[in-house]
Design a protein around this ligand. Structure first.
Ligand SMILES: Cc1cc2nc3c(=O)[nH]c(=O)nc-3n(C[C@H](O)[C@H](O)[C@H](O)COP(=O)(O)OP(=O)(O)OC[C@H]3O[C@@H](n4cnc5c(N)ncnc54)[C@H](O)[C@@H]3O)c2cc1C
Length: 358
C-alpha cells in the first residue's frame, strides 16, 4: 500500500466550521477523508458581528464557496454526542459518524446574561435581532463589558445610530491596552457620544436601566459536548485541556482548536479566545493530526502575539502593539490608518481560509 493510499483511508471528522474548524478541514482535505459538521450552510465572520448590528448587510459566506472541489463533505447538523470509545459522533439529524481522528472546534459564545429581560437583552450572537430593535425606535442602549468586543460594539452602534443614547458599563474600559491606547479609545467613544460608566460591576442584564441591553461581558467556550462525552476540561476556564500538539490531554486522537481549546504556547502563555488564535491553532491541529496519520513526529505549537486591532466605528480604530505574551507595548496606531489596518486584517482571515482551500 502506498503512503498516500493509506492517508486517504483515514476518516477525519471536524466539528465546527468557524475560523479554526474550517481552516483545519481545508488543510487536511488533501491528506484524508474529511467530513465537516456544522448546522449552518454558511461560514460566519464572527469578528464582524458588531458590524451586522450596525447594518452591514451580510457577514457570511456560503460554505460551498470554500469547500468547492476539495472533497470535504459538509453535514449540516449539530453534533450532539461523542462516543470516545467507539469513535463515533452522533448528530441531531440522526447520523452516526465514525472517525479515526476528531477535530473539536465548536468555538464559544457570550456568557449568559441571566436574561429574564426577554426582548430587552441582546448579545453578539443575536446581533440581527439587535439591529431590528435599534432601527425600530430610538431609546437608551446600555452595553455591558469594556473589553475589546464591548468597545467595538459601543463605537460602531453609536456611530450607526446617533439617535440612541449609548452607555458603556464596565469595571474599566480597555483594561489590557496601554495608557495611550486607552486614552484614544476613551476620547473616540466620548466623541461618538458614548457615555462611559466605569467602576460598574453588573451581574445581570435585568439590573440595567435601559431600553436595550447588549451583554458583552465575557465569553464561555462551547465545551458542554466535550464535558458530557468525557474529554478532560481545564479546571478554571472550562476549555478542553490539550498538550503541546493540541491533542486532548485525555483522548489524544481528538485535536482541539480555536476558542474551545485551553491552548498555551511558550512565551505567549495561555491563549485568549480570539480569531487571532483560532487560525493558528486550526493550522497547528491540522499539522499535528496529519503527522499522526503519516507516523511522523509533530512539531509543538508555537505562537506569539503581535497586535491587538480594535475598530472604533468605520473611520477610526486602534492598533495596539503587544509583546509576545499579549501585554501592551507603547507603540500604537490610531485613526483612519488603524481602521484601514484592522479592515485589511479581517479580510486577510477569509483570504487565508480561501488559500487553504486552494
Ligand atoms: C463582535 C465580536 C468581535 C470580535 N472581534 C475580534 C477581533 O477583532 N479579533 C479577534 O482575534 N477575535 C475577535 N473576536 C473573537 C472571535 O470571533 C472568536 O474568538 C473566533 O470566532 C473563534 O473562532 P472558532 O473557530 O474557535 O469558533 P467560532 O468562530 O465560534 O465557530 C464555531 C463554529 O462551531 C459551530 N458549532 C457550535 N456548536 C456546534 C455543534 N454542536 N455541532 C456542530 N457545530 C457547532 C458554530 O456554528 C460555528 O460555526 C470577536 C468576537 C465578537 C463576538
Amino acid at each position: 500500500m502506498t503512503n498516500s493510499t493509506a492517508k486517504n483511508d483515514h476518516q477525519v471528522l471536524v466539528l465546527g466550521a468557524g475560523y479554526a474548524g474550517l481552516l483545519a478541514a481545508l488543510s487536511l482535505a488533501p491528506h484524508a477523508r474529511v467530513t465537516l459538521v456544522d448546522p449552518s450552510e454558511h461560514f460566519t465572520e464572527r469578528v464582524r458581528q458588531h458590524e451586522l448590528a450596525a447594518g452591514r448587510p451580510a457577514i457570511t459566506h456560503p460554505l460551498r464557496s470554500f469547500l468547492g472541489t476539495t472533497g470535504v463533505e459538509h453535514i449540516a447538523a449539530r453534533a450532539t454526542a461523542i462516543d470516545l470509545h467507539a469513535r463515533v459522533v452522533t448528530t441531531d439529524n440522526g447520523r452516526s459518524l465514525p472517525y479515526d481522528r476528531l477535530v473539536y472546534a465548536l468555538g464559544s459564545r457570550t456568557a449568559d446574561t441571566a436574561d429574564t429581560g426577554g426582548e430587552r437583552a441582546f448579545t453578539a450572537e443575536t446581533a440581527d435581532a439587535l439591529r431590528k430593535r435599534l432601527r425600530d425606535r430610538p431609546g437608551r442602549l446600555a452595553i455591558v463589558g469594556g473589553g475589546l468586543t464591548g468597545i467595538e460594539m459601543a463605537a460602531e452602534l453609536a456611530e450607526a445610530y446617533p439617535d440612541w443614547d449609548v452607555r458603556l458599563l464596565s469595571r474599566e474600559v480597555g483594561a489590557g491596552l496601554s495608557a495611550k491606547g486607552r486614552a484614544h479609545v476613551r476620547t473616540t467613544l466620548t466623541a461618538l457620544g458614548v457615555s462611559l460608566a466605569e467602576g460598574e460591576r453588573v451581574t445581570s442584564a435585568d439590573d440595567v436601566d435601559a431600553d436595550a441591553v447588549l451583554w458583552s461581558a465575557s465569553m464561555v467556550p462551547n465545551t458542554e459536548l466535550a464535558a458530557r462525552s468525557g474529554l478532560a476540561l481545564h479546571p478554571s476556564n472550562g476549555r478542553v485541556e490539550v498538550d503541546a500538539f493540541l491533542r486532548s490531554a485525555s483522548h489524544p486522537e481528538v485535536y482541539v482548536a480555536g476558542d474551545a481549546a485551553a491552548a498555551s504556547a511558550p512565551g505567549a502563555g495561555p491563549l485568549r479566545m480570539a480569531c487571532a488564535t483560532a487560525l493558528p491553532t486550526g493550522t497547528q491541529a491540522a499539522a499535528a493530526l496529519r503527522a499522526s496519520l503519516d507516523g511522523t513526529e509533530p512539531r509543538p505549537f508555537r505562537f506569539g502575539y503581535q497586535l491587538q486591532c480594535v475598530s472604533l466605528g468605520r473611520r477610526n480604530g486602534l492598533v495596539q502593539t503587544v509583546h509576545s505574551d499579549d501585554t501592551p507595548r507603547e507603540l500604537i496606531l490610531r485613526g483612519r490608518v488603524a481602521a484601514f489596518t484592522k479592515e485589511q486584517i479581517v479580510r486577510y482571515t477569509v483570504r487565508l481560509i480561501r488559500q487553504a482551500a486552494r
